[in-house]
Design a protein around this ligand. Structure first.
Ligand code: SIN
Length: 480
């Protein structure tokens, strides 16, 4: 039996592939329709157009990744991308015919299903997995059991200890819910990263949190306004109608999302209001039925300006793995957003995350019989931390407030120090949602404090430039 923790696109693709390869598979999920996959809007980046190539896709990924991409990972995922699209089509998934454009891409290469790719694809994969006999149960991972650097078992809330485990696949998503303003559902609080870290896994790139520039909340309902809207002609304006994004980047609304997030944040901080103007998009209701329904529910249409703000969207950091998903603990795999392959570097190219999740999931069985390789820790900075095992817990709301205020879009040494001090008073050794949230936030703040430069998604007002000495990763592990 192989156990997979998490039922998003990464977990379900692994379940399908492993089942097809003849394994018995159980997926354990905290919430079947929780997680980012289900609400993700854009699509899957893959160079399939005649004027495009995996090489060009790789170049866009590397440029946006700002010097910290793992080049081998970039080559692997961009060349596997067309194969995975082909596989989904072979399975019967019907993409829309047009390819869409998103920020940072120089070609139209986003494969999508209207503006609801994540929901439609998750439901498609779920049906396929159930049809193949994958067992899916609701429960929650609490701890891992490791012996001599090898996975032996794990503990769940309902089932207690499950032992004699040869392989465990973590597909538990990231932790971008832990910022007050976010596109993420409340399930994304970093449990996977925190639980595996406590058990001895190495994590990396925790300072790189991607903020999405265009989120809206109407009548208490939050929605990500997908970047593909801007690819189809949506404009970002302030209350005066000025397209201020061009003051920050020559590509204006199609600038990489870190630049645009900062631009919108600064505009809001300077007392302006910021809107998305959708009125130039032709055939809007057919192309974007999800956004159209959402606006309709709140008495608006694409002829109205929609108020927007930036918020946390994707956590680049996570459990350090190679492209196969192997962590430094033998038998323990991590795939999707919980993992960090180095594909995204310091900043993720739009629609590369569903791609990464699908490739890692579908390709997993081909590596199971090969000798364990584990991730390469290049000559970055490896920090060993000791976890405080007493003291109070911090509520999730408080964590979200601290992160937004001190570990947000614009960071400073002073603010980051405050966040680190606050987290160091908290009990981060117990396996609770609050403790997990504090632990991943602590590492994010700590890495951001150490990184005295600005690169990719990480922007320090006190170090606004890039520093070649920091062209390296920060790794963390806990002291045994
Ligand atoms: C979006 O549709 O803007 C989000 C896509 C992504 O995060 O890759």
């Amino acid at each position: 039996m192989i156990y997979i923790i998490g039922s998003g696109i990464a977990g379900l693709s692994a379940a399908i592939a492993l089942r097809r390869a003849g394994y018995d598979v159980t997926v354990i999920t905290k919430e079947l329709h929780g997680g980012s996959s289900y609400v993700s809007k854009g699509g899957i980046a893959a160079a399939t157009a005649i004027d495009d190539s995996p090489q060009m896709h790789a170049e866009d990924t590397l440029r946006v990744g700002d010097g910290l991409c793992d080049v081998e990972a970039v080559r692997y995922f961009t060349s596997e991308a067309p194969v995975i699209i082909e596989e989904l089509i072979r399975m019967g998934f019907e993409f829309d015919k047009d390819l869409r454009l998103e920020g940072g891409h120089f070609r139209r290469r986003v494969h999508h299903k209207t503006d609801e790719t994540g929901r439609v694809l998750t439901e498609f994969l779920l049906k396929e997995a159930v049809g193949l006999g994958v067992n899916i149960v609701e429960d929650e991972l609490m701890a891992l059991q490791i012996g001599d650097g090898v996975i032996r078992g794990f503990v769940t809330r309902e089932r207690g200890l499950i032992s004699n485990v040869d392989y465990l696949v973590l597909a538990m998503g990231g932790y971008a819910y832990l910022w007050q303003y976010t596109s993420n559902p409340s399930t994304n609080t970093g449990d996977g990263v925190a639980i595996a870290l406590r058990a001895g896994a190495v994590v990396s790139d925790m300072e790189f949190v991607q903020f999405h520039p265009t989120i809206t909340t109407l009548g208490g309902e939050t929605m990500l306004l997908t970047e593909t809207l801007r690819g189809e002609g949506a404009r970002i304006v302030n209350e005066l109608g000025e397209r201020f994004a061009f003051n920050y980047h020559e590509r204006g609304e199609l600038a990489p999302r870190d630049v645009l997030s900062r631009a919108i944040y600064m505009e809001l901080m300077n007392g302006h209001r910021v809107y998305m103007d959708l009125s130039d998009i032709e055939d809007f209701d057919r192309k974007f039925p999800g956004v159209s329904d959402f606006l309709g529910r709140h008495g608006l249409s694409n002829k109205d300006r929609v108020p927007i703000y930036p918020g946390a969207h994707f956590t680049i950091g996570g459990l350090r793995v190679n492209v196969r998903g192997e962590t430094n603990i033998k038998g323990l795999y991590a795939i999707g957003e919980v993992a960090d392959t180095g594909l995204h570097g310091a900043n993720r190219l739009a629609s590369n995350s569903l791609l990464e999740a699908l490739v890692m999931g579908f390709n997993l069985p081909r590596y199971l019989s090969e000798p364990w390789d584990g991730p390469r820790l290049d000559d970055g900075l490896l920090v060993t931390i000791k976890l405080r095992d007493n003291g109070p817990l911090m509520s999730i709301d408080e964590v979200r407030r601290v992160n937004w205020e001190y570990v947000g879009i614009l960071r400073s040494g002073e603010g980051l120090r405050k966040a680190v001090d606050l987290y160091e008073r908290v009990n981060m050794a117990v396996s609770t949602k609050e403790s997990n949230a504090a632990l991943v936030s602590y590492l994010t703040a700590y890495a951001a404090l150490l990184r005295t430069e600005s690169r990719g998604t990480h922007y320090r007002v006190d170090y606004p430039g890039k520093d070649i000495n920091w062209q390296k990763r920060i790794y963390f592990r806990v002291s045994p």
